[in-house]
Design a protein around this ligand. Structure first.
Ligand SMILES: Nc1ncnc2c1ncn2[C@@H]1O[C@H](COP(=O)(O)OP(=O)(O)OP(=O)(O)O)[C@@H](O)[C@H]1O
Ligand SMILES: [Mg+2]
Length: 380
């Protein structure tokens, strides 16, 4: 077979002009809707494991929605309910307004084509070339050779694997294998792409490249992406909104920037701490503790505060304004500025020296200017 043949008919991949636009969604209807989903398993020793507990969530068309949590939190099980690979014993699953639990076997098979999936370990067929792996779902769906050649050619262009079409999986790097996995998942023109730890087996630079690719696909094809990860770094790079799972439940959810600014739960704070270093050097904490003990175990005029602010607030002189207005003295113990979804995000840990009145005034002033403030006196 001529290695170039499949690409002869391939034009640039422009599915946004296609009639079968992947992200085509019914107006006003969430792309994904879960209502009161519970899933449990019977463990080998007969015990009941509640993997997902009463989860409800909505994901809009075109969103990149992250599900984050520790190992065993129930993330994979929850996401597998979206194509009914895991059947909830209770609740409601809708994709683009279609109630999956009401479908017969044939209809469900058809509905599943609209939900692509990529996996941590790629799950490629080792005896098939890159081209043949991507072609596989199209062959199963009964498409003719010319259609398959055209579609696969476009998909390989999209993921940047044009040159590797005739290689076998063992001849590819991890990042290239994942690009094949992504192209294969897109072959049936899904409306939703599920990604279960798709970058967990990759190094940081390859992870960034794959996440950039997913972002580009999301924008160019309007595809809704549900992305499972245990890394806040991944969430920070591409998600629009996230849900944090713990012990089968969603413990908090919201826009990424809002969750970073004001995490509501200890688990989220810990996970954010892994990317936005909040930890103070122990020698600094020890000195603060000593002074506190010398005062009879009271904080006195010293108050440890963490300020988080985002967007335009980052370059406004809010702190110096608070100093001038309220006579606040402080030292910066830790500071970091970062970017989340194109928005600047700053986190500052201050040791403030002030009387109660000045401190309250300054805190109120800052909060009124959208700075979120967390008191950290409990950590010393
Ligand atoms: N097929 C199964 N049979 C029995 N128990 C299961 C099964 N699948 C998942 N579980 C259990 O359900 C819970 C949630 O598992 P799940 O795989 O959804 O977690 P996860 O958040 O994806 O974890 P990880 O980050 O390690 O992939 C765990 O306690 C797990 O042991
Ligand atoms: Mg998992």
């Amino acid at each position: 077979m001529n290695a170039r043949a499949p690409f002869a008919a391939a034009s640039s991949h422009t599915p946004q002009n296609s009639e079968e636009l992947p992200g085509e969604a019914r107006q006003g209807i969430p792309m994904v809707e879960l209502e009161n989903i519970s899933v449990s398993f019977r463990s080998p020793d007969g015990k009941l494991v509640q993997a997902v507990r009463d989860v409800s969530l909505q994901i809009a068309s075109g969103e990149i929605f992250g599900i984050i949590g520790r190992s065993g939190a129930g993330k994979s099980t929850l996401v597998r309910t979206l194509n009914l690979l895991a059947r909830p014993e209770k609740g409601h699953v809708s994709i683009n307004g279609q109630n999956l639990l009401s479908l017969g076997e044939n209809e469900l098979r058809h509905a599943r084509r609209e939900i692509g999936m990529v996996f941590q370990h790629f799950n490629l067929l080792s005896s098939r070339t890159v081209f043949e792996n991507v072609a596989f779902p199209l062959e199963l769906a009964g498409h003719d050779k010319a259609y398959i050649a055209r579609e696969v050619g476009q998909l390989l262009d999209l993921v940047g694997l044009h040159e590797q079409a005739w290689r076998y999986p063992h001849q590819l790097s991890g990042g290239q294998k994942q690009r094949v996995g992504i192209a294969r998942a897109l072959a049936s023109k899904p409306k939703v792409l599920l990604s279960d730890e798709a970058t967990s087996a990759l190094d940081p630079e390859t992870t960034r490249n794959i996440l950039d690719l997913l972002r580009r696909i999301n924008r160019e094809l309007g595809l809704t992406i549900v992305l499972i990860t245990h890394e806040m770094q991944v969430v920070k790079q591409i998600c629009d909104r996230i849900a944090v799972m713990d012990s089968g439940r969603i413990v908090e959810s919201g826009k990424v920037i809002d969750v970073f600014r004001a995490p509501q739960t200890a688990i989220t704070r810990t996970m954010i701490g892994e990317v936005i270093a909040h930890e103070l050097p122990s020698s600094v904490l020890t000195r603060i503790q000593r002074r506190r003990l010398a005062r009879g175990n009271t904080a006195g005029p010293e108050c440890l505060l963490r300020l988080s602010f985002a967007g335009d607030d980052v370059d406004r002189p809010l702190l110096s304004e608070a100093v001038k207005r309220y006579g606040l003295d402080f030292n910066i113990l830790h500071g970091q500025i970062d970017e989340i979804q194109g928005q600047a995000f700053a986190s500052l840990t201050l040791l403030a020296h002030a009387g109660e009145e000045a401190l309250q005034g300054a805190k109120e002033f800052l909060r009124n200017h959208d700075v979120s403030i967390e008191e950290l006196n409990h950590v010393v």
